[in-house]
Design a protein around this ligand. Structure first.
Ligand SMILES: Cc1cc2nc3c(=O)[nH]c(=O)nc-3n(C[C@H](O)[C@H](O)[C@H](O)COP(=O)(O)OP(=O)(O)OC[C@H]3O[C@@H](n4cnc5c(N)ncnc54)[C@H](O)[C@@H]3O)c2cc1C
Length: 183
C-alpha cells in the first residue's frame, strides 16, 4: 500500500510528489503526461528565466523519480473512500490502496465530480493546503481555479499539500529545509 497516491502529473502533482518522496514517504503518481505544460513557454516561473513547458516537465519528472517516487503512466478511473483510506482504480482494472490521495487532475475535474466535491467544469473549493471535506483527500492545482492558472501556483499548492501530509504523518511541523554544506 502506498502512503499517498497522487493523481495527475502536471506541476501540482509532481511538486507534491517531490516533497513526499524527498521526505521518504511512500508515494505513487498516476499520470498520462497530457498536461498543458507541453504547450507552454515559461518566462514567468520565478527562478527559471526561460524554459519550454516540456523541458520543465522532463526535469520535474526526473527529479521526482530520483527521490524514489513511483511514477506510473496510467489513467485513474475511480477513487473510493474506505474506512482506512482510499482505493484507487486504474484503467487496467487494478486497484491500489492508500492512506492519502492528492487529486491534481487539472482542468478536467472528473474524479472530483465523482467524489461529489464539485460539478463538471466548476472549480473545486478547498480549505487550507488543499484539504477537502473528505478526510485524507486533497485537491491541488488548476482544479481549484480552472480559469486562473499558472504553473507556479499549481506547484505551490502541491507543495503545501505534501507538507500538510508530512506534518500529519510525523506529528510535527515539517518544512523540509536544507542547509548550505559546511566549509
Ligand atoms: C497554451 C498554454 C500556454 C501556457 N503558458 C503558461 C505560461 O507561460 N506560464 C504558466 O505558468 N502557465 C502557463 N500555462 C498554464 C499551465 O500549463 C498550467 O497552469 C499548469 O499546467 C497547471 O498545472 P496542474 O498541475 O494544476 O494541472 P495540469 O498541468 O493540467 O496537470 C494535470 C495532469 O493530470 C493528468 N490527469 C488528469 N486526470 C487524470 C486521471 N484521471 N488519471 C491520470 N492522470 C490524469 C493530466 O493528463 C495532466 O497531465 C499555459 C497553458 C496553456 C494551455
Amino acid at each position: 500500500m502506498s502512503k499517498t497516491i497522487i493523481i495527475g502529473d502536471g506541476p501540482a502533482g509532481l511538486s507534491a510528489a517531490l516533497l513526499l518522496a524527498k521526505l521518504e514517504l511512500d508515494v505513487t503518481v498516476f499520470g498520462i503526461d497530457k498536461t498543458s505544460m507541453h504547450a507552454a513557454m515559461l518566462y514567468n516561473y520565478l527562478g527559471i528565466p526561460e524554459m519550454t513547458g516540456s523541458e520543465y516537465q522532463k526535469i520535474a519528472r526526473q527529479q521526482v523519480a530520483n527521490f524514489g517516487a513511483d511514477l506510473q503512466n496510467k489513467r485513474v478511473t475511480d477513487v473510493e473512500k474506505t474506512d482506512s483510506g482510499f482505493v484507487v482504480t486504474t484503467e487496467d482494472g487494478e486497484q491500489h490502496e492508500s492512506k492519502y490521495v492528492v487529486l491534481a487532475e487539472g482542468k478536467g475535474v472528473k474524479l472530483s465530480v465523482g467524489l461529489g466535491l464539485t460539478d463538471a467544469g466548476q472549480d473545486v473549493a478547498v480549505a487550507h493546503a488543499g484539504r477537502t471535506r473528505i478526510d485524507g483527500l486533497y485537491v491541488v492545482g488548476r482544479s481549484t481555479n480552472i480559469k486562473r492558472t499558472l504553473a507556479i501556483i499549481s506547484a505551490g499548492q502541491g507543495a503545501a499539500a505534501a507538507i500538510d501530509i508530512a506534518s500529519t504523518e510525523f506529528g510535527r511541523d515539517v518544512n523540509d529545509f536544507d542547509s548550505m554544506p559546511k566549509k
